[in-house]
Design a protein around this ligand. Structure first.
Ligand code: ZN
Ligand code: MN
Length: 479
């Protein structure tokens, strides 16, 4: 018999806010244990939560990016469960009126385009972290992550293979980073995914028994887990030794196997009820319009525009539009310099080299795009040499406020227009290397390069290479 896999995903994404969802504690990753904690987020009785407006902004942004309907009155509910990393013994989340519902995400795989429906996006607080490896037989609890704002993106069970799941997750990753909703770092847990999977005979409309694998945080592991779980379900359906039950399972990526963790709770087990301490959030027309206006141009629209409007190659346009930070920097540099190809080159070669050396990703790029435009002008008009331009760029990485023109002046990076200076440097270099001169004269054209290099070094790079070359050849010919 032929089978089909039915997969729905719940994707948790930590929002890029400064503070937590209901208090003013820092929401940043890291910090010493329990450094970002106050009575409200550590669940002390009598503390009243206040909704962080930025969380709602980003929840709406995510909803609009995924083509959802935005609920103009959105409310928070308590989801009851007891666990030591959850100090209030309930999670404040959204059940009855989540911020966004009924969306659609288009994905592309080897078999073409497909729409994946979004059931809802809800805002909620994260739990704390249990640390088991500090002392034997003792567990520590760190509440830094408690009440860090999340959105949970719940898809309909429209996915049917690991390939589709990866395409869907990559699409979410790109859209949410572009809209600056989240940095979406799998490795830091700011993006993680629960995989709900069942298998049924092909063509059947009835869903099979569903299992859930929680907190997956790498695309490769997700793909392996889906393959394994699909095979396990088919084996059970074909009368293997196992009987399928609805349950939560843990994926062990080292062993390449999933293990039963606990039988699956149903919504009823959580006793969802409206949180009486959190006021409903009403999104008026003005607020709605403000968020709508702030949405970024989609990456694929930008890519097409970079090709048609600015004449970039498909390759360069593709690389630039992988990162919102690169796009922003490119557009700002272009606005100042009007030189699209130069701006792309400076970003995709010189800037990338520095990023790689610093082990940074292009998303972390923070150089001032307008200043880059200014630098491009200085180099292309010949005021600053290319090599010294790179040094200025490196300095711009460490200090966003640098003005390239002023920095070039202060550090002696202005190209000399003084030909008598160049002529004297050339004369000294020729006198210092008679062998190279003789070689050049006997037809070895490349021999001139060592003298050229010596001159450039003496002039600290502040010389137009073409001018230097002409003066040098002229001087040798006159010997
Ligand atoms: Zn707090
Ligand atoms: Mn959740």
């Amino acid at each position: 018999m032929k089978y089909e896999t039915v997969i729905g995903l719940e994707v948790h994404v930590e929002l890029a806010t400064e503070s937590k969802i209901f208090c003013s504690c820092s929401a940043k990753f890291g910090g010493g244990p329990n450094e970002h904690v106050c009575p409200a987020c550590s669940g002390m009785p009598g503390m009243l939560p206040v909704v962080n407006k930025r969380v709602v902004d980003l929840g709406m942004t995510a909803g609009m990016m995924l083509n959802c309907h935005i609920n103009r009155t959105t409310t928070f509910d308590k989801k009851s469960y007891y666990y030591p990393d959850l100090p209030g013994a309930y999670q404040t989340t959204q059940w009855f009126a989540p911020v966004a519902v009924n969306g659609l995400v288009e994905i592309e795989t080897s078999s073409g385009k497909k729409g994946i429906r979004i059931k809802q996006i809800h805002m909620e607080e994260d739990a704390g972290k249990l640390v088991h490896d500090i002392m034997p037989d003792t567990t520590h609890v760190d509440f830094n992550r408690t009440s860090v704002p999340l959105i949970e993106i719940v898809s309909q069970p429209d996915l049917s293979s690991a390939e589709e799941v990866i395409a869907y997750l990559e699409r979410l990753h790109s859209l949410l980073r572009f809209a600056k909703v989240s940095d979406c770092r799998w490795e830091q847990g700011s993006m993680r995914c629960d995989v709900n999977l069942s298998v049924r005979p092909e063509g059947s409309t009835k869903l099979g028994v569903r299992t859930e694998m929680k907190n997956m945080n790498s695309l490769a592991a997700i793909a392996r887990a889906i393959e394994y779980e699909t095979a396990r379900h088919i084996d059970a359906l074909e009368g293997g030794t196992e009987v399928l039950v609805q349950e939560t399972r843990r994926w062990d990526d080292v062993r390449g196997k999933s293990y039963a963790m606990r039988t699956k709770e149903t919504a009823g087990d959580y006793h969802y009820f409206p949180d009486p301490n959190v006021m409903p959030v009403v999104i008026d027309d003005e607020w709605y319009a403000e968020i709508k206006k702030s949405l970024p141009e989609l990456p694929e629209v930008k890519r097409a525009r970079y090709i048609t409007e600015y004449g970039l190659s498909e390759y360069d346009a593709g690389l630039l539009t992988e990162s919102r930070a690169l796009c922003d920097c490119f557009e700002a540099a272009l606005a100042v310099s009007g030189k699209a190809k130069d701006a792309a080159n400076w970003l995709l070669s010189d800037t990338m080299t520095i990023l790689n050396a610093k082990k940074m990703t292009s998303d972390m790029l923070k150089i001032n795009g307008a200043a880059l435009g200014e630098l491009i002008n200085l180099v292309s008009e010949g005021t600053v040499g290319r090599a010294n331009g790179r040094k200025i760029l490196a300095a711009m990485f460490d200090d966003e406020s640098i003005s390239p023109a002023k920095y070039a002046e202060e550090n002696g990076y202005i190209v000399s227009r003084d030909t008598s200076l160049i002529e004297s440097v050339v004369a000294a270099a020729i006198a210092a290397d008679p062998k190279a001169v003789a070689d050049y004269k006997s037809g070895k054209e490349k021999a001139i390069m060592s003298i050229f290099g010596r001159c450039m070094k003496e002039l600290r790079g502040n010389c137009d290479p073409q001018t230097l070359r002409e003066i040098l050849i002229d001087a040798i010919n006159r010997i």
